[in-house]
Design a protein around this ligand. Structure first.
Ligand code: NAD
Length: 271
């Protein structure tokens, strides 16, 4: 392997320690309401991890685990209740939600000033026009990781694979804010390999295990792998790490790259 690792795990640990100190100095302990509906096993793991991270950062975690048959009205009533509570600073509704619930409606019901996930249209709009607001945690964590690793963004060619509302689109807006030249690609993009090969910074959020090989990567590029996939052998990303790390200058490992940075940003938003 010739690439240097972008160690999100170590950076996230340092940031969380600092946040713990900041939280301890506040007049009141910050509170995060975490709402989980149903029994999706991956969501249950994420929620358990968030509980641990909250404890480490001095954030009080108020867990609400609702049954799978919860109605939209019941969930909206709980969100309203959390909006009103003064000891709740952040509200996180774990996605995906069961099919009887309209996730967009639930996201819109969260008070924008408690929307620590940065998914509310008001926060997304603020990001779009360069105003302050909460920013989606995964893209915000990637910017932090790049900057703190001394990687210059301004003027660089950045190609993003994936156009989801939670990763691809806010990622593009943030890279634009940092003065990169940004290209967004997706499942209908023609000649994906050629487009990706233009990138100085390639950000991959496709949701397809190890799809991106060295054929998509310019020699010496920086490669950020957002994907997370559980396999019997362990976790892997959207990037074929073994092959790509021979060709690029920096790469995020999975696990230990983008994932821990997402958590650090969530905790920062809460504090
Ligand atoms: P998504 O399914 O909502 O979006 C995937 C995007 O990839 C779509 O825009 C689609 O157009 C594009 N795409 C699909 N197939 C393609 C192809 N063959 N060529 C080009 N583009 C293609 O996914 P998402 O929510 O953005 O998540 C992407 C991945 O990142 C998943 O593996 C997810 O688990 C992971 N994820 C990780 C974190 C983290 O903290 N590390 C956070 C969010 C998501």
């Amino acid at each position: 392997m010739s690439a240097a690792l972008l160690d999100g795990k170590a950076l996230s640990a340092r940031m969380r320690e600092r946040l713990g100190q900041e939280a301890a100095a506040l007049p009141r302990q910050p509170g995060l309401a975490v709402i989980l509906v149903g029994d999706n096993p991956a969501s249950a793991v994420y929620v358990r991890n968030k509980e641990k991270d909250c404890a480490q950062c001095g954030v009080r975690c108020l867990n609400h685990h609702l049954p799978a048959e919860t109605t939209q009205q019941e969930l909206l009533a709980l969100v309203e209740d959390m909006n009103r509570r003064e000891d709740v600073d952040g509200i996180l509704v774990q996605l995906p939600l069961p099919t009887q619930i309209d996730a967009d409606k639930v996201i819109r019901a969260i008070a924008p000033e408690k929307d620590v996930d940065g998914f509310h249209p008001q926060n997304v709009g603020a990001l779009c026009i360069g105003q302050p607001g909460f920013v989606s945690c995964t893209p915000a964590g990637i910017i932090e990781l790049l900057k703190r690793s001394g990687i210059e963004i301004a003027g660089k060619e950045c190609v993003i694979i994936g156009r989801s509302n939670i990763v691809g689109k806010p990622m593009a807006l943030l890279m634009l804010r940092e003065n990169a030249t940004v290209t967004i690609t997706h499942s209908k993009t023609k000649d994906l390999k050629d487009v990706c090969k233009r990138a100085d910074i390639l950000i991959v959020a496709i949701g397809k295990p190890q799809m991106i090989t060295e054929e998509y990567v310019k020699e010496g590029a920086v490669v950020i792998d957002v994907g997370i996939h559980r396999r019997e052998e362990g976790l892997c990303g959207d990037v074929d790490f073994e092959r790509v790390s021979e060709h690029c200058s920096y790469i995020t490992p999975v696990p230990g790259g983008v994932g821990p940075m997402t958590i650090a940003m969530l905790m920062r938003n809460c504090v």
